[in-house]
Every structure is written in structure tokens, then in C-alpha cells.
Design a protein around this ligand. Structure first.
Ligand code: UGA
Length: 425
């Protein structure tokens, strides 16, 4: 079993560390945030992520998982060094590599000879080479091993992946990294670092493109009178298309798709290729936010400023407390700009949000609909389907429901006199 340092304890780093510990490796996770390390040592996981708290607790109990402050402290005794630091979007759309460069510079002087540094952060094409240059050590190898973890199902995605991609010019280092995944049943693909980095970006941008396409198809369905639920079902039976990632919605978001799609367009431009297709994918998504907000405003009549709207769902998708680039927030900003009073509920959001200053966040779905003229569903939390709609009908003077995730049972609502509007149907 190997000794692995994981630098950065965000959802990628913590999942990677906890899962490698689960596979039997000895893992030391590092972060610069002392308070976070203190609470992780007590087994307190700061994010909503299915089973992560259990895996962290098991890792601590077995002695396979520990937490330290500072990258150098973690790396000094390890043979593998996973870089899992953020690569936020810089002002010009390109990824900001400063956290990665700082982490690489910190571990460079302490890593034992023969170590393998593994880039797991999503980094622009060529970054594995940048890390190698920053470290300036020719007795260690630098490889790329991109992650394909979805928030909310990250543990399952790590342990049951569709593939493991390793980008390395050093065959021996690639084989050693592949060995860390013993026990994980998946094809392992070894390629060069630039191709591995491109696989990560192209995968995210492709999935984002698929969603923009599906959202455009939903809009077409509204125009021609088709039902998008049936249309995507019929499309998904074709194995070349596949059933997944075909759900239309208020637009796509999160900490990865918007940032990575913009960054890939930027990478292409920097290398002399105009990837116009991706600009259209992004534009369709912005339009989807606008269209969803317009749908809400349309049911409010001529004077939206005197209307009040209930919103269920704020996170960028269900199963997470992550609000970064949330389509729900994009839509609510637009609705709120028309002067509409909004009360919002989300099972994973505890208090008021700075980015939605005018929106009152309440702690109960029924409190949100109390006095509302319309209800809009913006995140697909399953529990919304099982609420007491008689109670909703009593609390809500209005009858309009805009279901931007096609989540609720239309017939149940219509039976209670609601005017139900989904997406693409
Ligand atoms: C995404 C990718 O799915 C992961 O493979 C990747 O590793 C990760 O980014 C990353 O780069 O770290 P994530 O951002 O957690 O994962 O979220 P997704 O489940 O992909 O959802 C992204 C957005 O698409 C959400 O707003 C979601 O609501 C929307 N979506 C997803 C739909 O509107 N319809 C769908 O059918 C699926």
C-alpha cells in the first residue's frame, strides 16, 4: 500500500483522500485552512456530500487517513502527491493557476526522490509541464490524473468510475499511479499529459453542450407542441446518444461546467483555434436563464412589482449545498430585478444569501408558498415531490406553478386547480 499526500481538502481532495484511505492506502490530507483541518480531524466534513462523512470517519478510525496544515508537512514522507487545489476562473476567462503553482513550490523541496506528483485539479492544457518546471526536480515525475467526480455522488464516482485516465510520459510512473486504483474496476487509460488534460476539458464541455442542446430541444418542443420528456426518452434509447444528461432545466451551472467551458474556449483561442461552437453553447445557457425568468414573470401579469413568488431550490443541483454558478440564483436575480417579492426554500441552505440580497430565505417549503402568487421549482430535490399539495394549495393564493426541472406530478397539481407549466411540454 502507498503513502499518499493530498494537497487541498475541497470536495475533490477530500473525496480522493477518503477513497484512497478506503482502498487501504495511507493518506495525509493537507490544507492551508487551520480551522478546517482541526474540524476534519474531529471527523467534521464541511460540505454536503453523500457518504463522505462516513468514509472520513472510517479512515480516521483505521489510521489510514490523517490531516495536517500545509502542503510540505503532508508531502515530506510520501511517495505520491495529489494536487487537488482550486483553479478558479481568472478575469480573462482562463484558469488561475496560482494555487497550483504555490502548492508545487511548497512541496518541491521536501519530496523524497522517486516521488510522483499527480495533477488532479482541472488545469489548462500544458499545466503538467508548468508544475514540473515550477518544481525543478528531475528526480520526480509529474503526471496528470483528471477527476470525473460529480458533486453529490463523488464517492461512488471515485470507486466506480467509467474510466481512470493517466497522462504521463514516464511509463513507470503511470504504472505506479494505476496501481493506486487496485480494487477499482474500470478501464485504465494511459496517454500523454496534454491529451489527459484535454480529455478532462473536452468531457465537461461535451456534457455542457449536450445540456444546452437538450434545453434548446425543450424550447423547440414548446414551440411545436411536443413533450420533451418523451422526446428525450425516445432519443436516449439510441445507445449512440445514451439516456444520461438529457434532462432539460433552467440552465446548467456549478463550479465546473461554466468555468471549464469558458476556459476551453479560451485555450482554443490562445492556440489559434476559434471554437465558436462553445460560445454558442454558453449563449444558449444564458438564454435559458432568461427564458426561465420570463416564464415566471409571464404568469405574474402586468404588474410583477406587486406580486410575490415562492421558490423551491437554490443549489446548482440536488444533493449538494453548493450555490456556485447556480442556475436558480441566475433565474432569481432576473425575476428579482423586475421588483418581484421572493421567498425561497432549499433543504441545504440555512440563511440569507449575499448574491440575492432582496430574496428572503425561509426554512420551510410551506412558509415559502405562504401568500405567494406563483411557485417556481429551480432545483430537483426529490423531497419536493412528496410535499402536501393540499397544504400548498391552502397557503398559496395564486395558482401558477413553473416547474423548471419537470419534477412535480402535473396531474396531482392540476387536480388541485393549479396552472402547471413545465419545461418543454
Ligand atoms: C461535473 C461533471 O459531471 C463531472 O464529471 C466533473 O468531474 C465535475 O463537473 C468537475 O469537473 O469537477 P458537477 O459540477 O458536480 O460535475 O455536476 P453535474 O452533475 O455534472 O451537473 C452540472 C449541471 O448540469 C447542474 O446545474 C445540473 O443541474 C445540470 N444538469 C445535469 C441538467 O440540467 N440536466 C442533466 O440531465 C444533468
Amino acid at each position: 500500500m502507498a503513502k499518499i499526500a493530498v494537497i487541498g481538502t475541497g470536495y475533490v481532495g477530500l473525496t480522493t483522500g477518503a477513497c484512497f484511505a478506503h482502498l487501504g492506502h495511507e493518506v495525509v490530507c493537507a490544507d492551508i485552512d487551520e480551522a478546517k483541518i482541526e474540524s476534519l480531524r474531529r471527523g467534521e466534513v464541511p460540505i454536503v456530500e453523500m457518504n463522505l462523512d462516513r468514509f472520513v470517519a472510517e479512515g480516521i478510525a483505521s489510521g489510514n487517513l490523517s490531516f495536517v496544515v500545509g502542503a510540505a508537512e503532508a508531502s515530506k514522507d510520501c511517495e505520491f502527491h495529489y494536487l487537488c487545489v482550486p483553479t478558479p476562473q481568472g478575469e480573462d476567462g482562463s484558469a488561475d493557476l496560482s494555487y497550483l503553482e504555490i502548492a508545487a513550490a511548497q512541496i518541491a523541496p521536501v519530496m523524497p526522490t522517486g516521488s510522483v506528483v499527480v495533477n488532479k485539479s482541472t488545469v489548462p492544457v500544458g499545466s503538467t509541464g508548468i508544475v514540473a518546471r515550477v518544481m525543478g526536480r528531475n528526480d520526480v515525475s509529474v503526471v496528470s490524473n483528471p477527476e470525473f467526480l460529480r458533486e453529490g455522488t463523488a464517492i461512488d464516482d471515485f470507486l466506480n468510475p467509467d474510466r481512470v485516465v493517466i497522462g504521463s510520459r514516464d511509463q513507470e510512473a503511470a504504472i505506479r499511479v494505476a496501481g493506486l486504483y487496485t480494487g477499482v474496476r474500470a478501464p485504465v487509460m494511459v496517454t500523454d499529459p496534454i491529451s489527459a488534460e484535454t480529455i478532462k476539458y473536452a468531457s465537461n464541455a461535451f456534457l455542457a453542450s449536450k445540456l444546452s442542446f437538450v434545453n434548446a430541444v425543450a424550447n423547440l418542443c414548446e414551440a411545436v407542441g411536443a413533450d420533451v420528456n418523451d422526446v428525450v426518452l425516445g432519443m436516449g434509447y439510441d445507445r449512440r446518444i445514451g439516456k444520461e444528461f438529457l434532462k432539460p432545466g433552467p440552465g446548467w451551472g456549478g463550479s465546473c461546467f461554466p468555468k471549464d467551458t469558458i476556459a476551453l474556449a479560451r485555450i482554443a483561442e490562445d492556440h489559434g483555434y476559434d471554437f465558436t461552437f462553445l460560445r454558442e453553447v454558453l449563449a444558449v445557457n444564458e438564454e435559458q436563464f432568461d427564458r426561465t425568468a420570463d416564464k415566471v414573470l409571464a404568469v405574474l401579469g402586468d404588474d410583477p412589482a406587486s406580486a410575490s413568488v415562492a421558490c423551491w431550490g437554490l443549489t446548482f443541483k440536488a444533493g449538494t449545498d453548493d450555490l456556485r454558478q447556480s442556475p436558480a440564483i441566475e433565474v432569481l436575480k432576473r425575476v428579482s430585478a423586475a421588483g418581484v417579492k421572493i421567498k425561497a426554500y432549499d433543504p441545504a441552505v440555512g440563511g440569507q444569501l449575499d448574491e440575492l440580497a432582496g430574496v428572503e430565505v425561509v426554512q420551510d417549503p410551506y412558509a415559502a408558498v405562504d401568500g405567494a402568487d406563483a411557485l417556481v421549482v429551480l432545483t430537483e430535490w426529490d423531497e419536493f415531490r412528496w410535499l402536501d399539495f393540499d397544504k400548498v394549495a391552502e397557503s398559496m393564493p395564486g395558482r401558477a406553478v413553473v416547474d423548471a426541472r419537470n419534477l412535480l406530478d402535473r396531474s396531482q397539481l392540476e387536480r388541485r386547480g393549479f396552472d402547471y407549466r413545465g419545461i418543454g411540454r
